[in-house]
Design a protein around this ligand. Sequence first.
Ligand SMILES: Cc1cc2nc3c(=O)[nH]c(=O)nc-3n(C[C@H](O)[C@H](O)[C@H](O)COP(=O)(O)OP(=O)(O)OC[C@H]3O[C@@H](n4cnc5c(N)ncnc54)[C@H](O)[C@@H]3O)c2cc1C
Ligand code: SF4
Ligand code: SF4
Length: 420
Amino acid sequence: MTSAAPSTGEIGPRAIASSPALARVERGRLCTGCGLCAAIAPAAITMAMTPPGYLRPRQSAPLTPPQESAIAASCPALVIDERGLTAPVDDALWGRAHFIGTGHATDAALRHQASSGGVISALLVHALETGLVAFVVQTGADPLLPMANVTTASTTAAEVFASAGSRYTASAPLADLETWLTRPGRFAFVGKPCDVSALRAHARTDPRVDAKVPLMLAFFCAGIPSAAGTGRILERLGVVAKDVATFRYRGDGWPGFATATLNDGSSHRMSYADSWGDILSKEVQFRCKICPDAIGNAADIACADAWIGDERGYPSFAEQDGRSLVMARSTAGLALLDDARNTGRVETAPLAIDQIALMQPAQARRKKEILARLAAMAVTGRPRPHYHGLQLWQAAARGTPRQHARSFAGLVRRLLQGRA
Ligand SMILES: Cc1cc2nc3c(=O)[nH]c(=O)nc-3n(C[C@H](O)[C@H](O)[C@H](O)COP(=O)(O)OP(=O)(O)OC[C@H]3O[C@@H](n4cnc5c(N)ncnc54)[C@H](O)[C@@H]3O)c2cc1C
Ligand code: SF4
Ligand code: SF4
């Protein structure tokens, strides 16, 4: 196996002035913003904020051929390959699992602070305190721009607590991968499902990943909204960005409120139904609409909101004690979950797989419609990512012909009108 660690050698005569891989990504508007390409070629690629507020790679120097190949092999805008990931359960909509349940952190303060039941944070604290890892690479609020994200390395329970909660704006947690791979000690990685897929793919060419990262955690993901979406929240709250001291998207309850706390100490908030439902969900980047694994199938453990359906079968966003959906997807994930349960760090109750669709109807719908959307991209001549091992045909078979026709026609129309 050859290492795809950033090349420190000379850029030779075969230097690639403009990356064909990145050009294809840009042509198809396929970038997820994960940052892996910047980690593979740090002297040539940086992540930059682009309108309307997504993180995108910017190439400023030539790439070496190995860097170009490494990007082409693991960029999640170009390829998601989950062949070979196995478990006793392997469902077309919900992925692989050794355990499926609902649960929460037993630390009441952490459960309240976190996005849903705080299971991700509780497992991270457990992994730190048992010595499984020396640090955790995760995403938190940028102290200089509280609406934005930074990638941080947490080494204590207090630092994990500070980064608990969902942040519905761009994050590129792989951009500094080289820093984390060269720092002493093993680490846990938390990311969006596409970040985790990219890291798993990168492990195939960089053996340091498997040696250094014994634990990858993901959350179910409806997509990354633009920073412009956050701006619209502030506008509706009647708040100016420069006055904001801290900003949280949710958490501090379940689902909690989008809350801007100003320098003068006042705080302004909006319900999750309004912030996500009315604003952020309409600002999601294109790649997320054709995401074949938004459920963290490549992760060791994936968590989500275990929403409780109302009388019409729609998830209720009424405030209550946080509850996570927990899927242990690998033997390593199951071992960590078992250990955290045995020491009383988390509590879980088993859940039948057919109950997940009641908690996550949007994820079920999206997976069923991926093939129809890819077909829409094909007929309009758009570049598409290559997807392998994702059971897309089986998922489509669980949809209806009418659903596929609507999804196909809707995307063809939007692509032709330039509105996708
Ligand atoms: C962009 C986005 C989309 C989401 N879509 C869904 C969805 O479709 N369905 C659903 O059920 N839930 C969704 N969530 C919420 C997420 O599923 C819950 O956070 C999950 O239930 C885990 O809850 P928890 O209490 O265990 O997590 P916590 O203990 O609060 O931990 C959350 C972890 O996520 C990390 N994190 C937060 N924001 C980001 C980010 N932008 N990028 C990378 N890492 C981040 C934090 O660092 C932390 O480690 C989404 C969250 C985000 C950020
Ligand atoms: S998806 Fe990730 S690796 Fe691919 S171009 Fe975007 S930032 Fe780079
Ligand atoms: S929906 Fe998919 S592509 Fe979009 S951010 Fe989430 S995991 Fe990544």
